[in-house]
Design a protein around this ligand. Structure first.
Ligand code: NDP
Length: 315
């Protein structure tokens, strides 16, 4: 198999990966960045980003990612299309297989592969993507001021998002498939007390409808029980909060992860337990999952990579 030796390999092209590439480029590490399955990352699936500092009028997700990419290229980052399909982090240089056909031997590695929001798997979720369907209340909630929205999920994320949205929307349905919430007691209590949130226990969403975007959802109450009930409710926005899957599978044999798969790092730093291997952005962040926090951790990872390479006498 073809091999190539490089000083700093970055995997992933969200805000974490591109910011790491900007910093690593400016530090003369000649970074190579592989974009992964979704070039530009999750933000390319949102419309306007209004909470990334520096854009008082907001910016579209795809444009923000294009700007970050251009900035990284300006400092010499070599940005390539390709997906990391296997890893060997047993010893340095670390070996990453790209598209199953090429091996990169990297002196340092920044994993910024992100996380993928889970969806229910309905065709309508694709049909209305960016037209009323979202997996990020903090990103898109603002567009639903004084409107009616639904949040699917019964965990802490769903409760948090329902409470956040209830601060904006006129009404929030929290659609929970079980007869109870899985969320922490304190979140359950907050949801229960909120007069704008109505919890629909034992409900599943089976479809969405609308002419120019989401106008309603089709529900099944007590699915496949003798008293099963089917009905529809009008909504303007549909939010998924049924969990995220961090894209860490190929690194799991070498790195510590939590039970969900988020890569565990050393405190607030992006250092993993393998020297010279760093994790930045959503793949290591179960809590914040924001573009700006991902960018910040990408910056830290590049600074750490430079220090590591310098200490090892590799630059
Ligand atoms: P969780 O895995 O905790 O919850 C997912 C929820 O989605 C569950 O209620 C689950 O239902 C439901 N769900 C999953 N698949 C489907 C489906 N196909 N249809 C309908 N419902 C579905 O994920 P979270 O993202 O909420 O939380 C992840 C972790 O992060 C947790 O450990 C959580 O505590 C933590 N967290 C902590 C926060 C904090 O401390 N502030 C904030 C947010 C998250 P069911 O219960 O039936 O399986």
């Amino acid at each position: 198999m073809e091999t190539e030796r490089i000083k700093c390999l970055i995997i992933g092209s969200g805000p974490a990966g591109y910011t790491a590439a900007i910093y690593a480029g400016r530090a003369n590490l000649s970074p190579v960045l592989y974009e992964g399955i979704q070039p530009g990352g999750q933000l390319t699936t949102t419309t306007d980003v209004e909470n990334f500092p520096g854009y008082p009028q907001g910016i579209s997700g795809p444009q923000l990612m294009e700007d970050l990419r251009t900035q990284a290229e300006r400092f010499g980052a070599d940005i390539r299309f390709g997906i990391a399909t296997a890893s060997d982090l047993g010893q340095a240089p670390y070996k990453i297989t790209i598209d199953g056909e090429k091996v990169i031997e990297a002196d340092s590695l920044i994993i910024a592969t992100g996380a993928t929001a889970k969806y229910l798997g309905l065709d309508d979720e694709k049909k209305y993507a960016g037209m009323g369907v979202s997996a990020c209340a903090t990103c898109d909630g603002f567009f639903y001021r004084k409107k009616v929205v639904a949040v699917v999920g019964g965990g802490d994320t769903a409760c948090e998002e329902a409470i956040y949205l209830a601060g904006l929307a006129s009404k929030v349905y929290l659609v929970v498939r079980k007869p109870y919430l899985r969320a922490s007691k304190i979140m359950q209590e907050r949801v229960r007390k909120h007069d704008k949130i109505e919890v629909l226990f034992e409900h599943n969403v089976v479809g969405l409808f609308g002419e120019n975007g989401v106008e309603g959802m089709n529900l099944v109450k007590r699915w496949e029980e003798p008293d099963e009930e089917r009905y529809s409710l009008p909504i303007d926005g549909f939010f998924l909060a049924i969990g995220h899957k961090p894209n860490s599978d190929i690194f799991k044999p070498y790195l510590d992860t939590d039970e969900v798969g988020y890569i565990t790092t050393d405190g607030d730093s992006p250092r993993t337990k393998v020297p010279g291997v760093f994790a930045a952005g959503d793949v290591a962040d179960p809590h914040y999952r924001q573009a700006i926090t991902a960018a910040g951790s990408g910056c830290k990872a590049a600074i750490e990579a430079e220090r590591y390479l310098s200490e090892k006498g590799l630059i």
